[in-house]
Design a protein around this ligand. Structure first.
Ligand SMILES: Nc1nc2c(c(=O)[nH]1)N=C([C@H](O)[C@H](O)COP(=O)(O)OP(=O)(O)OP(=O)(O)O)CN2
Ligand SMILES: [Zn+2]
Length: 124
C-alpha cells in the first residue's frame, strides 16, 4: 500500500457550544488540514494519486469552509464545529469523491494551530 499526504488550509470563524471557556465566544483560526489516502495501485508513471489531483479534490471540500462562520453550515448545525467534527466532515466528503477509485482516505487531521490538532480515521 502507498500512503499519499497533502495539506491545505482555510480561515474560518466558530464558537463552541457546550464549552466552558473562552472558545464559547466567537473567534477564528487559520485551520490547517492534512489529508492522507491509502492507494493499492500505481499508474504507468508509478504514481498512486497525483498530488495535484488530491490537492484539487481537497480544495473543493475545504473551499466550502473557507471564510465562513462554521456554526451556520449544515454539517455542523446540529453538532459543533470542533476540529474533530471538521476532520470527520472532510474525511467523509473525500471518501465520496474517491468512490470507485483505488485510493481511499486513511486519515484527516485538522490543526487549529501548530500546537493542537484532531485526527479522524475509520477502524476496520
Ligand atoms: N479537542 C478539542 N479541543 C478544543 C477544540 C477542538 O476543536 N477540539 N477547540 C478549542 C477552541 O476552538 C480554541 O479556539 C482552541 O483552543 P486552544 O488550542 O486552547 O487555543 P489557544 O490559542 O488559546 O491555545 P494556547 O496554547 O493556550 O495559546 C478548544 N479545545
Ligand atoms: Zn476555536
Amino acid at each position: 500500500m502507498f500512503e499519499i499526504t497533502i495539506t491545505d488550509d482555510f480561515a474560518a470563524a466558530h464558537r463552541l457550544n457546550n464549552y466552558n471557556g473562552a472558545c464559547e465566544n466567537l473567534h477564528g483560526h487559520n485551520f490547517i488540514v492534512e489529508v492522507s489516502v491509502l492507494c493499492d495501485k500505481l499508474d504507468k508513471a508509478y504514481i498512486a494519486i497525483d498530488f495535484k489531483e488530491l490537492k484539487s479534490l481537497t480544495k473543493e471540500i475545504v473551499s466550502k469552509l473557507d471564510h465562513r462562520y462554521l456554526n451556520e453550515l449544515e454539517p455542523f448545525k446540529s453538532t459543533n464545529p470542533t476540529s474533530e467534527m471538521i476532520a470527520k466532515y472532510i474525511f467523509e466528503e473525500l471518501k465520496k469523491a474517491l468512490k470507485d477509485r483505488s485510493c481511499k482516505p486513511s486519515k484527516v487531521s485538522v490543526f487549529e494551530s501548530l500546537k493542537a490538532k484532531a485526527t479522524y480515521f475509520e477502524t476496520q
